[in-house]
Design a protein around this ligand. Sequence first.
Ligand code: SF4
Length: 649
Amino acid sequence: MLALAVKAVGGVERPGQLAMARAVQHAIDSGDHLAVQAGTGTGKSLAYLVPSIRHAMTSEGSVVVSTATIALQRQLVDRDLPRLAEALAPLLPREPTFAILKGRRNYLCRYKASAGWPDDEQEQLFDPGEVSVTGRMVQRIQEWADETETGDRDELVPGVNEQAWRQFSVSARECLGAQRCPSGTDCFAELARARAAESDIVVTNHALLAIDAMEDIPLLPEHDVVVVDEAHELVDRVTSVAAGELSESGIAMAVRRVGRLVEQGIADRLLQAGEDLKALLAVAPPGRIDELPQVLGLTLALIRDAASACVTALGPRTGGDKDDPEGAGLRKAAFTALDEVRDTAQRMLDAFGHAEEVDRAEVVWLDAGTERRPPTLRIAPLTVAGMLREKLFGDRTVVLTSATLALGGAFDGLARQWGLSAAPGDRSGWSGLDVGSPFDHPRSGILYVAEHLPQPGRDGLPEAYLEEITELIEAAGGRTLGLFSSMRAAKAATEALRERLSVPLLCQGDDSTMQLVKRFAEDEPTCLFGTLSLWQGVDVPGPSLRLVIIDRIPFPRPDDPLSSARQRHVAAKGGNGFMAVAATHAALLLAQGAGRLLRSQHDKGVVAVLDPRLATARYAGFLRASLPPFWPTNDPAKVRDALRRLAAS
Ligand code: SF4
């Protein structure tokens, strides 16, 4: 069956792909979870789709495939699945079906687009220029609303900002429910759900997968097998879904939604509590909050109680509004906003309820805000392992896959974060498999560590780094992707090197990332510098990319509240916080960054890591074992020679 599928999509069957398809089939049959590392070029989507389709068609429910990026979603739904469905149809009782399903916020809400839903976004914008930009986007959404057949935000190109989109979308909690909503019969989100319920394969994203697992009401169709592709992103996406925030502007928005539905005095109490929070956050130092200051505790309690009073004053949540959908919409929006404020304030108070570090479950921090975003209190879980173990892995078979899962050569690090026990094969029922890569890494790529350079400091890029980058790029004749650990470093390097280099140099932010990558791919000498989204999102096979430069090991910043709290929590439980959190994070990103180099079997080149700690530090072995097996060297002359030879070939 796999052979036929491979032929249908015009590829060649590879040993890694076959091994992966067999392992996925075995996982589905046995019910054991599976983590599969499959390098770029393995053809991993076919390797999991073929057994998934077979299972979906012989069982009652669907198979859910979850991705982290829109690019992969599109590839599955627009390319892989249509071709596969057609090719496999003769072997199966009928042609397999598939659909894409996202969270309700991703679909245009026909009711909100047409009715008088409370408009709560405008006042949050600090910058008047931004209002007109948003106004134009709103107009574009209105025009698009008349034409779209799916209401799917991702089909609106170019995209629109969050403020504009929120005026046309609702969260699952705000939705009136198809039964009560006047637009319920042709609601885009409901139609997408109905299509998904009839499909063998349902493609979704990690956020919806997490919400489906966490909430009592199922959002995804019935399924007993989930494939998590881009699984290296799972923990971050689930953490984002489980995180909460509280700010004066969020509270003011809740008050606006309450509007005239309650007595002015009751709403004013909440407004005043929000003002108190604003005054407090304006003078508080940003960062992690380990002990609850008394005044913050009192303010959070005030906010909670004032939001509760508004909820009580709103009266019963249901009933009496069948003939007044507009009123029902306003009340639902008010309840949702108030519940959110009250529950988050209580959750933040609870986060400080344990004297011992080991007993803590969440971390609270103050995000200083920017010109356009007010200071905000945030809260996130210290681990999502328990939630994933119970809710995701508990009653279905999960296949996790990515090009990067075996960090330091083993799956244990990520498995622990997912809530699977450390030893594969024991009774939590999971196994790990590395099917390798079709690329010949030692022959095609060099890993160069600039051991002679000083350690990177806090104050920007040292001159020695700029000289090293210049020499490497000149030897490669451009063709360089520069992956920097911060936007500041990427911009500083671009500014300094534009004067020294004769090749064109693009920097992230000069244009949309998609356009920049296109220009980089189309013109061989052009170089592209940037930060995080380039570490994972660039796929440029061929001679335009011969050199990947990484300025420093991408550890999380020491003052990053979430990762520092997670490190401390692991340490309090007797583990090695640095290795479990910071080194694991760095290994994942390094492997992703290095993975930009070889994108097809004929690619060749160099990954140059300027940070000498990758050669000298005690954790260097762990990080290097997370990288593809390139030919290693610390000799700059050898590397420049190799790059010159490549440029001349
Ligand atoms: S059912 Fe919900 S999402 Fe759909 S149109 Fe009505 S309110 Fe909007």
